[in-house]
Design a protein around this ligand. Structure first.
Ligand code: AN0
Ligand code: CP
Length: 320
């Protein structure tokens, strides 16, 4: 594997799941693969789970790890070509990327949507520069439009907990005070559309996700109706994707607390499991009661981030 940015990079999902469960049985099985190989993790944005689980995954495979928080201690980076650099940015990404590539074998990048320009975000301008100029295999640790390590961990979790051959999985928008990217819902939809599940997306009008990720999924604007008979509820906030009104891209269009996942919502499901990628704001996205219930999978889901990252890094090492 040379890049990991979406579900199609994994190929056959059943094979990927089988590899995940093999690694979960013995996470050090491929410890020899990464000897004298270095994994560089670049963070343009904050992280708890991705930062820890990806380092752990690299160490499971015997790799060395270097972590760089670009905004804490590195030079401020210019990302636009053609800019006269007389401001506060001391270095250009076009030098910084190949330099970073020279110290490692595999690069992970976290670079969220900036909401300044929809096209820049949706063409993955920053991540693609890493792919183009680093000379190394690159994987996304949440880029502008996708978070495929999270979605793979979510798929592993659903596979572990499902009680039906083809469970009903509902992705629901929920309120949040600040504008958040679409990366997590996009990748979740990307994976669920390829998995053996009955997939439904529910959100208020104006929050339509990009058709590239929605594909043939069912969209139901009535949240309660969407929840009926569900086996898994996957909650996430996202800001306006700008599909219907491009000028609203990145805006918070609603803070309707009627969309908070609470006990009344969960009551119409088929005793559904609750999922969220974390970090989560309690009593905005989900009530204390729902996230603390025995049906909440948020902790095992986060733990599976180590497994998804180990599979991806293993495949990248095997392709070096
Ligand atoms: C980020 C997001 O919504 O994309 C990261 C989630 C994994 N969340 C926040 O910024 C709170
Ligand atoms: N779920 C997730 O990616 O969490 P972090 O932002 O803490 O890495």
């Amino acid at each position: 594997m040379r890049t990991y940015t979406n579900v199609f990079d994994l190929g056959d999902l059943n094979a990927a799941l089988a590899e995940a469960f093999e690694i979960k049985q013995d996470r050090y099985k491929y410890e020899a693969l990464g000897k004298h190989k270095t994994c560089l993790l670049i963070f343009f944005n904050n992280s708890l789970r991705t930062r820890l689980s990806t380092q752990k995954a690299a160490r499971n495979l015997g790799m060395d790890v270097i972590v760089l928080d670009v905004n804490q201690g590195a030079w401020k980076l210019e990302t636009e070509r053609g800019v006269i650099m007389d401001g506060d940015k001391s270095e250009h990404l076009l030098e910084a990327i190949p330099v970073m590539g020279s110290y490692c074998d595999i690069i992970g990048v976290r670079s969220f949507a900036r909401f300044e320009n929809r096209e820049d975000d949706y063409t993955e301008k920053i991540l693609n520069q890493f792919i183009q100029y680093s000379g190394r295999p690159v994987f996304s640790m949440e880029a502008a439009t996708g978070h495929p390590l999270q979605a793979f961990a979510d798929l592993i979790t659903i596979e572990e907990y499902k009680k039906k051959e083809r469970p009903k999985v509902v992705l629901t928008w929920a309120p949040h005070p600040r504008a958040l990217p679409q990366a997590v819902p996009n990748s979740f939809a990307d994976f669920m559309n390829e998995a053996n599940v009955d997939f439904v997306i529910t959100h208020p009008e104006g929050y339509e996700l990009d058709p590239k990720f929605v594909r043939d999924a069912k969209v139901e604007y009535n949240q309660m109706k969407a929840f009926e008979g569900a086996d898994f509820i996957y909650a996430k906030n996202w800001a306006c994707p700008g599909v219907i009104c491009p000028e609203d891209y990145g805006k918070v269009l609603s803070k309707d607390m009627g969309w908070t996942v609470d006990e009344a919502h969960m009551a119409v499901t088929d005793n559904a499991f609750f999922m969220h990628c974390l970090p989560v704001r309690r009593n905005m996205i989900v009530t204390d009661g729902v996230i603390e219930a025995p049906t909440s999978l948020v902790i095992p889901e986060a733990a599976n981030r180590e497994i998804s990252a180990t599979v991806v890094l293993k495949r990248m090492l095997q392709a070096l």
